[in-house]
Design a protein around this ligand. Structure first.
Ligand SMILES: CC(C)(COP(=O)(O)OP(=O)(O)OC[C@H]1O[C@@H](n2cnc3c(N)ncnc32)[C@H](O)[C@@H]1OP(=O)(O)O)[C@@H](O)C(=O)NCCC(=O)NCCS
Length: 262
């Protein structure tokens, strides 16, 4: 049953922990799973013990999803041994608003007939329209493969910072959705423009407007995570001054596969 948690302790010391949980940003039938072993106890079978106990308990999902740091080949090899296969790479990026690159406030040429609206609460937003434009714009590799789209993909209790682009008739055509995760950091969850309106500078204008709002709220850094192969958003982010900070393998496995008992 989900959620499942496993803790391995000896003499009051935590040697390893694991969990398998549903996530709003994962499609139905998927669950995120994690296994962690204290560094000095690695290579002694504790991870496999945790993995096996989790697998015995979780039978009500189809796919297990996990991430492994890109600079940790040993953990990737262990995950492969448990039947997980890499299917993508997530690149985390950050824009330091106080750095030289982040301080650039070059005004973007405003896309013609496009109005930008900024919201820090959903109270004043047409929530159904926002959800619809998020879904229509989200053709990301993640949405194609394993993630949910629209408002349901946001974590429960998120703190919105949303910029919506509207056409001349007031219809939403693009969106930048961020979570105000802390007083100094905002995390962009989606930047998307409906396919028919791409290539006109709308995404650039959306992100620049979000950065302005972040600066106005004394935010130091805006972060985001994208699929390695997503050329459009990667090029846009780089041109705005974002730098890569980390990469993670995305790995998955059918949940009913048998894992070796340690
Ligand atoms: C990424 C996306 C938001 C870009 O929207 P857009 O309005 O077409 O982008 P813009 O016109 O503002 O382009 C700004 C910059 O992005 C980059 N870019 C846009 N499209 C690109 C493409 N197809 N290939 C490479 N770079 C591209 C360029 O650097 C461009 O700057 P330039 O015009 O000065 O060369 C859009 O492709 C989209 O909605 N994709 C699906 C959603 C998604 O994958 N979002 C990222 C995950 S959150």
């Amino acid at each position: 049953m989900i959620p499942a948690t496993v803790v391995v302790e000896r003499d009051g010391e935590t040697l390893g922990v694991g969990s398998t949980c549903r996530r709003s940003w994962l499609r139905p039938g998927w669950a995120e799973t994690r296994v962690w072993v204290a560094p000095r106890h690695r290579g002694t079978g504790i991870g496999s013990q945790v993995r096996h106990q989790l697998d015995r308990r979780v039978t009500d999902v189809r796919w297990l999803f996990a991430t492994v740091r890109g600079d940790d080949p040993r953990s990737l090899a262990v995950a492969r041994g448990w039947g997980f296969e890499p299917f993508g790479i997530a690149v985390s990026m950050a824009l330091h608003l106080r750095s030289r690159a982040g301080a650039v406030r070059a005004p973007a040429p405003h896309p013609q007939d496009v109005e930008l609206r900024t919201y820090l609460s959903l109270d004043d937003v047409d929530v159904a329209a926002l959800d619809a434009v998020m879904r229509a714009a989200d053709t990301s590799p993640e949405a194609e493969a394993f993630m949910t789209s629209g408002l349901v993909s946001l974590p429960v209790g998120w703190h919105p910072a949303v910029v919506v682009a509207e056409d001349g008739d007031g219809r939403p055509i693009g969106v930048c959705v961020a979570d105000r995760v802390g007083p100094r950091r905002w995390h962009v969850r989606l930047t998307g423009v409906v396919p028919s309106r791409r290539g006109r500078g709308i995404a650039r204008a959306l992100k620049q407007r979000l950065h302005e709002a972040a600066r106005d709220h004394s935010v130091h850094v805006v972060t985001t995570t994208n699929a390695l192969g997503n050329a459009a958003i990667t090029a846009l982010n780089r041109s705005l001054g974002y730098v890569a900070t980390a990469s993670h393998w995305r790995v998955r496995r059918e949940s009913n596969e048998e894992t070796e008992t340690p």
